[in-house]
Every structure is written in structure tokens, then in C-alpha cells.
Write a protein that binds this ligand. Sequence first.
Ligand code: NAD
Length: 393
Amino acid sequence: MIIRPRIRGFICTTAHPAGCAVNVRAQIARIAPVSNGPRKALVLGASGGYGLASRIVAGFGAGADTLGVSFERAPTATRTASAGWYNNVAFEESAAERGLYAMTLDGDAFADEMKSRVVEEIRASLGQIDLLVYSLASPMRRHPRTGVVHRSAIKPLGQTVHIKNLNQATGDVGEVDLSPATQEETAATVAVMGGEDWEFWISALLDAQVLAPGFKTVSYTYIGSQLTWPIYWKATLGKAKEDLDRAAHAIGTRLSGLHGAARVAVLKAVVTQASSAIPAVPLYLALLFKVMKAAGNHEECIDHIDRLFRTALYSDEAPVLDDVDRIRMDNWELSDAIQAEVVQRWPLVSTATLPELADLEGIRGDFLEIFGFGVTGVDYDADIDPTLGRAPN
Ligand code: NAD
């Protein structure tokens, strides 16, 4: 079939296998060796965004065997897979060429059943792991103990927020009113994106004795600029992310017997499926990218995670931590020079000034690339088998 992007709001319902494969291989090609890195890594949320970048740096930078977990849609003869499914295939093929073990388990990482499958696979193939990257981004979580399905709400706290917003498809800059979350919605968001599931993973892995001495775990968070605080850091998502800080300390204590460490790493804003869904964030991203590209310090997922591994997680020097012991990789995004410029542009940006002040083409291109479209060297008129010759499930 001929595969074209089909965009619905902030998602694309099709994905291009060849484009996804080229993207994964291009990320792999950018990685230089990482010394003293992980040997055996488990990456939760391995199929896209920061999780995929982490798996690539662990595997192709440090030479680690990687076990990935993701929640992706397999293809049929008439429907493409989700992009992450194609990314997983491309990663596994590249790993096989390099002689690296790479296994991906697809299913619900919040479920006890997935934790058991992972423990079995570690026992069978890896023995023990020395790194767990927690990079899930999900709109919902079925709680494994209560069976309750929690749905996150991307909402402000306390009062209605009136904030600038970008329609990425049309390029129109407008304003939206975002009504505040109820207490239940805030609690549900913490249940989905907070630290409890990370703790459940550590418990399952500790109980199974599959964590190696010196084991490390890292979970990703975002704080961002005062411009997005009303809908992110000081909103429901920020409450969930605060809970990661609590979990990191609790997990750190539990790992002391292994001389292990648990860290939250604050990452920069990038275009991913998760970030595209947050109001106001695409406008902030468009301004930020223009300013960071001009300053010469713009990073994509892969560059950013490479810097995280090289300068913080596996550096000979102890990483610089903030007042709640987080690793700050957002120091370039939040530098005074970058923020002063973005903050100055924010009130000036409108539909008319957007092309001059912001990088709409950049964020649109990144968005399409997530799904394997707009990738240089890919023949989008070619007839392609969406199943990649694999029998559909
Ligand atoms: P993403 O949407 O690109 O990837 C999410 C991953 O989670 C995918 O691999 C998906 O398959 C997996 N997943 C979702 N639900 C799952 C489930 N139930 N079971 C198994 N796998 C599941 O997301 P991302 O933007 O890379 O976000 C990853 C982490 O990085 C999040 O914690 C996010 O808050 C954080 N972060 C993102 C940004 C940003 O700008 N995108 C910035 C800082 C921090």
C-alpha cells in the first residue's frame, strides 16, 4: 500500500515503516561510544521519544544488551502499525547486525503480568540488569491492585487558565481557556504519571533478585519555563512529576543494599507524541526551537540522552544535583539567555509574527518524523507492505 500521513488533532493514525527505520538508524549513527556505561538495560517506554533514545545510547553507545517494553499497535495487511512498532523492529534489526541482544515486549507496563514477563525474560536471557530507564508516557493506567482505570487530566490547578496556544496544522495562534482540575482528576493524574508504578517495578525486580550490584534507575521529568507552568509544572502533570521525586528517594533507600541509585532526570522540551498533546506546549516549543537553534545549542532526543549518559549517569564525576537531588539536563533550555529571549517573544507572537519569531516548520517536521514521514531518502510513492512480511497477529 501507499502510506500517507493521516493527522487527527495531535496524533497521526498512520506510520511509515521505511521512514521509521531510517529515523532509528540515523539516531544510531549519531552515537559515539559511551565508556563505563550500562551492560544490561531495561527500558520502559522504549519505542519512541526519550525511551527509544535511551535504548539507542545504552545499546549502541555502551554496547548494552537491552530489553524494551512498549505499548504499540501491530500492523495488519490493510492498516499500518503504530510508529513505535516499526521503531522496535528497526532497533532489533540493527542490534542483531551489531551482535547485541535486543528483545521488546509489547503490552501494558502497568500490569503485574508484564512485570512477570520481564522478570522471566531477564532470568532467561540476561541474568541481572544494571539499568532501568523509566520513560513511560501514558494517558491512562489500570491499577494492578484495585483494577481501577485512572485517566490523566492535563489541567491547571485552582483556577481557569487563559493561555496562548498554537494550532499546529493551520499555524494559527489563539488563546484557550483551560478549566481547573478537580481533586479526583489531580489524584488520577498522579496515579497515572506519578511514581507508584516505578516503585512497583523496582519491588518486582528486587523480589526476583534480578538487579545487579551498583544497579541504577532513572525516571524522566519536565519542569520547563514559567510560560508553561500554568499547564505543566504548577498543574496536574507537575503534581504527578513531584510524586516521582518522592518515589526516587524511597527507591534510593531500597537500593542501598545493592549500592544502587535512583534518580529523576529533568529533560528538555522536545516534540514527541506525549508533548504534542499538551496545550500551549507546541507554541512554546516553536519559540524555544527557534531561539535554541539560533544559539547553536538545540538538541534532539538522541543528543540530549547522549549528554545525560555521558555527563551525568555514567560520568566519572558525580552529577550536579538540584535541591531535591534531581539531575538537571534542562540547564541549556532554562539558561537565562534562552529564557529571556523566549519570554520576550511570547507576548509578541501571533499568527502574523509566528514565521519570524518561531520555528513552526521545525516542530511540524519533527512531528511528522515521529511517524516516519518527511524523512529524507524515503520513497513515499513506493508500494510497501505494512506488515513488513511478518504474519499479522
Ligand atoms: P513518548 O510518547 O514518545 O513515548 C512514550 C512511551 O511509553 C512509548 O514507548 C509507549 O509505547 C510507552 N507506553 C505508553 N503507555 C504504555 C503502557 N501502558 N505500557 C507500556 N508502554 C507504554 O513520550 P516521551 O515524550 O518520550 O516521554 C517519556 C518521558 O519523558 C515521560 O516521563 C515524559 O514526561 C518525559 N519528558 C518528556 C519531555 C518532552 O518534551 N517530550 C520533556 C521532559 C521529560
